[in-house]
Write a protein that binds this ligand. Structure first.
Ligand SMILES: CC(C)(COP(=O)(O)OP(=O)(O)OC[C@H]1O[C@@H](n2cnc3c(N)ncnc32)[C@H](O)[C@@H]1OP(=O)(O)O)[C@@H](O)C(=O)NCCC(=O)NCCS
Length: 177
């Protein structure tokens, strides 16, 4: 089944208020910027995501426009009462040529506005990404999450994602210099 960028992915009724998920287009650029910059601001002390550039919003405009036009990925938006409340990006990604599967769906940029949390918004977004991935013959989803975040770890565990790897970071600058 084809997946036109403008198509609705349907309505999920995981909470009392219906959640509509649709694939974003370039017309949604401002929503995409707002939600993804809000996600970066959630982790000000994180060694990777906390190092936000002062001109991040301007840089985001060009980067996200390219991503919204790409046919190798989809950015999904969730709406409740016609308000955009959540986002999830899924990229058709290449695996190692030595390993199966050759391609997998990579989930990133997941954010739900605080007032809309714990009402099934992430579950509905993931459902759309799963459908999109299945239609592209992908049979595995992967993601990174911020370690030590009860929300992220609780949500991904509840949604069936196992931890199979850790990302480690350290400075190359020796201490005392
Ligand atoms: C993590 C986040 C996306 C969850 O979104 P959400 O819409 O509230 O999640 P849902 O309501 O769809 O919940 C899905 C499952 O995750 C679990 N879950 C959600 N938030 C949780 C929390 N704070 N603690 C423990 N479990 C949680 C729920 O229990 C639910 O499963 P269940 O209801 O069947 O038991 C949201 O809290 C968020 O945007 N956090 C800040 C940004 C972030 O951490 N993004 C992820 C980066 S990897």
């Amino acid at each position: 089944m084809s997946w036109p960028k403008t198509a609705d992915t349907g309505v999920a009724k995981a909470s009392a208020m219906p959640i509509r998920v649709r694939q974003a287009t370039t017309r949604d650029l401002e929503h995409v910027i707002a939600l993804r910059v809000a996600l970066l601001l959630e982790h000000p002390d994180h060694p990777v995501y906390g190092r936000l550039r002062p001109d991040a919003t301007e840089r985001a405009r060009e980067l996200y426009t390219v991503q919204l036009r790409s046919t190798l990925e989809a950015i999904f938006l969730a709406e409740m009462s016609n308000e955009v409340v959540g986002i999830l990006r899924c990229v058709d990604s290449a695996g190692s040529p030595l390993l199966e599967p050759a391609r997998y769906g990579y989930i990133s940029s997941v954010f739900v506005k605080p007032a809309a949390r714990r009402r099934g918004v992430l579950r509905a977004l993931l459902c759309a990404a799963e459908q999109w991935s299945t239609e592209r013959d992908l049979d595995q989803l992967r993601l990174h999450n911020v370690s030590g975040s009860p929300q992220a770890e609780g949500a991904w565990s509840a949604l069936g994602f196992d931890v199979v790897e850790h990302v480690r970071v350290r400075s190359v600058k020796p201490e005392g210099r």
